[in-house]
Design a protein around this ligand. Structure first.
Ligand code: GUN
Length: 283
């Protein structure tokens, strides 16, 4: 029997309805949640992502601004703009789309965002808070993955979780969230020897490598929950994940599709983080 499909679109719709209600309540009290999205350069994938983020804000009744800056914007100018947004009372969340052009130091840029407006959760203060189990903002993609696990009421306590990919955006924060949820966590990276030996042990397998269809059916434990964070464009124009869906769906107990899985949940968690940033404002 094929795996249960974890429908990210349906779950995102449900959570966004709750966000829209809370946004309306807060707006009526005089605080309209606001997100600023900054894009530097013309990376086509990033352009689509930022447009989707701003559109999602509008759909739940939030204020949003999208700033497109030329690829040759100086780091100094970007830092100055962030400093202004840090002071702007109409903006509760600031997101600088990554990757940034090579002449800009991403680390310095992320550290310039006020931690209480860092809705991506990438600032070292927020990464540290997450690590000690007192998160202010959970990074959006791992947060969305946790919501998907919750939606199927998967018992994470004592489960073996394996994460393939050790990025600051997904793999590392995902490990912290699963650890907090009581799972026993392994993080694999591109140097891991005998990857399949690890993945086959996983009750929960989270894959975020950017390598199309790298997880095949024989790498998955029967009945495992498989969360596919990858979005890759194939030469024929179709999108696919890092998991070979057509094989793995016959092995896994539950699986997220691409598209329509983690993607819509990531944006939803960005909205939730922005709403919560605004709700923390004293009125
Ligand atoms: N680029 C890819 N994913 C993300 C994300 O979650 N946040 C930002 N700011 N940039 C990204």
């Amino acid at each position: 029997m094929p795996a249960q499909l974890i429908d990210g679109n349906a779950l995102a719709k449900k959570v966004r309805l709750e966000i829209a209600t809370r946004t309306a309540i807060l707006t009526a009290k005089g605080v309209k949640p606001g997100l600023a999205v900054l894009l530097v350069g013309e990376d086509p994938a990033s352009q689509v992502y930022v447009r989707n983020k701003v559109k999602a804000c509008e759909d739940v009744g939030m204020h949003s601004i999208l700033e497109r800056h030329p690829a040759d914007l100086s780091e100094e100018k970007l830092l100055k703009r962030i400093a202004e947004l840090n002071q702007d009372a109409s903006i509760h969340g600031i997101l600088v789309q990554l990757p940034l052009p090579k002449h800009i130091d991403s680390h310095r840029v992320i550290e310039a965002i006020a931690p209480e407006k860092d809705v991506d959760g990438f600032h070292v203060a927020n990464a540290g808070a997450l690590m000690i189990g007192a998160p202010l903002f959970r990074p959006c993609t791992p947060y969305g993955c946790m919501k998907m696990l919750e939606s199927i009421e998967y018992p994470t306590k004592g489960a073996r979780a394996v994460i393939v990919g050790a990025s600051n955006i997904v793999g590392k924060p995902m490990a912290m969230l699963l650890l907090q949820a009581g799972a026993t966590v392994t993080i694999c990276n591109s140097k891991t020897k005998d990857l399949a030996a690890h993945t086959k042990e996983a009750d929960i397998l989270v894959v975020a490598t950017g390598r199309p269809k790298m997880i095949t059916g024989n790498m998955v434990k029967p009945g495992a929950i498989v969360i596919d964070v990858g979005i890759n464009r194939l030469p024929d124009g179709k999108l696919c994940g890092d998991v070979d869906f057509d094989e793995v769906k016959y092995v896994a107990g539950a699986i997220t599709p691409v598209p329509g899985g983690v993607g819509p949940m990531t944006i939803t968690m960005l909205l939730l983080n922005t709403l919560e940033a605004a709700e923390r404002i004293k009125i």
